[in-house]
Ligand binder design. Structure first.
Ligand code: GUN
Ligand code: ZN
Length: 433
């Protein structure tokens, strides 16, 4: 059996840190060894006591080995439309997004973008993401086929949308159901692929399509459900006009039985007391998308309020409303959003959220998101002195908390020294960098 041992400083969370000095919440090894066989971590401990005979030892010192980042919400079909100049969400969708996504009716286009998309994820240290594809089933095939070639654990699905969008992008309640059903049969559970039933949001799905999504979720309880919730004021007003009998925006998805522990709700910014209670009761996950929320002027996510009411929370880039593929940049912007809310997110809580926290949001904490025996060897190696300016700050630091905060505040893809996917080097082996 081939054994690889990665040597370096190792950091992995057991649970959410309650405070900056909650040292029980994580494992930190100053000179650690992560032993990997067949893509799985088989041992973690001090390098001194690691079994290295006949192993290939890769020395990453002084860099920091962590679980690969997990991105809980993005649109791979928007990889080429980041930085689109628009005043707010609905203008951005109508002017750019719905035009761009129509290109995915072409298989060649979908295949090519999928390659670039995964290259970008790997460059930025993200080893798992939850993605919206376009409404075209072939965009889903391209998405999962490329993930399979790279052995990556990816979650995704065909966007279901049957109104308020160009004809080239609209399905129907029936075809959305049929196509989703066929895609689940083709991809869900194949290799590391997991399917997310994806009604885009209330504005672009008729009640008939919401019913179809409910049927799919009932028939496939092991699949995820993802949609957008309460991102922007105009979006909320329009949604309530389209669903006048629902008590509020969350109530629309609740009325169609779409809320549960496998439901991921992008944005979830402007929620009333009742809605917060419903999310807590159903176990649905509110997904914080800081760079996108700032870029589109959507609002400031209220993490503390949600967490204190028992709502499960995760974090994501929301490419291409988001402005960076990097989870480090995302943590940085998230920190600033919470500063504006008078909330402080300590760096341990940040890095927990991007790794183990997002894995828990997916119910996949037994597979990804931490470094422990039996977990997939999906890892990132972080260099906190990657740039001249980072190096300057690095020279003045003395604690792990300071180092993590430096990484999130100043880091980007240059701070990602290496990435492992199922135990195999993935960043240094990318072509054409
Ligand atoms: N709401 C519905 N679709 C989208 C999308 O593609 N991006 C964002 N940010 N919000 C949405
Ligand atoms: Zn989105």
């Amino acid at each position: 059996m081939n054994r690889t041992v990665l040597r370096g400083r190792v950091l992995s969370f057991h649970r959410a840190p309650q405070a900056i000095d909650d040292v029980e919440s994580y494992l930190y090894l100053e000179d650690g060894a992560v032993s990997i066989e067949d893509g799985i971590v088989v041992a973690v401990g001090d390098f001194d006591s690691a079994e290295t005979a006949e192993a290939m030892v890769i020395d990453h010192r002084p860099n920091l080995i962590m679980p690969g980042f997990i991105d809980l919400h993005l649109h791979y079909v928007q990889s080429q439309m980041m930085a689109a100049y628009a005043g707010s969400l609905l203008e951005w969708l109508n002017t750019y997004t719905f035009i761009e996504e129509q290109k995915f009716s072409q298989q060649g286009h979908a295949d090519a973008v999928a390659v670039d998309f995964y290259d970008a994820l790997i460059r930025h240290g993200t080893t798992t993401a939850v993605a919206y594809c376009s409404s075209h089933p072939r965009s889903v095939d391209a998405f999962f086929a490329e993930a399979q070639r790279r052995n990556m654990l990816m979650v995704g699905g065909k966007v279901m949308m049957d109104r308020n969008a160009p004809e080239g992008l609209c399905d129907t309640a029936q075809s959305g159901y049929d196509d989703t059903k066929a895609l689940i049969a083709r991809w869900h559970g194949r290799g590391r692929a997991l399917y997310a039933i994806s009604p885009r949001f209330a504005i672009t799905s008729t009640p008939a399509q919401m019913e179809a999504a409910r049927a799919l979720a009932d028939e496939h309880p092991d699949c995820y459900v993802q949609t957008h919730l309460s991102e922007n004021d105009a979006e909320i007003t329009y949604s309530m006009e389209l669903y006048p009998s629902s008590p509020d925006y969350t109530g629309i998805y609740e009325d169609f039985g779409l809320l549960g522990r496998k439901t991921l709700l992008g944005h979830s910014i402007h929620l009333n007391h009742r809605e917060t209670g419903v999310l807590a009761e159903t176990g649905a996950v509110a997904v914080f998308c800081p760079t996108s929320n700032l870029f589109l002027g959507s609002g400031l996510f209220d993490r503390e309020r949600l967490v204190s009411h028992g709502v499960r929370v995760g974090i994501a880039t929301d490419i291409g409303g988001g402005t960076s593929v990097s989870m480090l940049r995302t943590l940085d912007e998230g920190y600033k959003v919470l500063q504006l809310r008078g909330q402080r997110l300590n760096p341990f809580a940040s890095f927990h959220m991007a790794t183990r926290g997002n894995a828990e949001a997916l119910g996949l904490e037994g597979t990804i998101g931490s470094i422990a025996p039996g977990m997939a060897a999906d890892l990132v190696v972080l260099d906190s002195a990657a740039t001249p300016t980072m190096r300057l700050r690095h020279a003045t630091m003395s604690t792990l908390a300071e180092e993590l905060f430096l990484l999130q505040t100043m880091g980007d893809d240059r701070a990602i020294a290496e990435v492992y996917v199922a135990g195999a080097r993935a960043k240094s082996t990318l072509g054409g960098l």
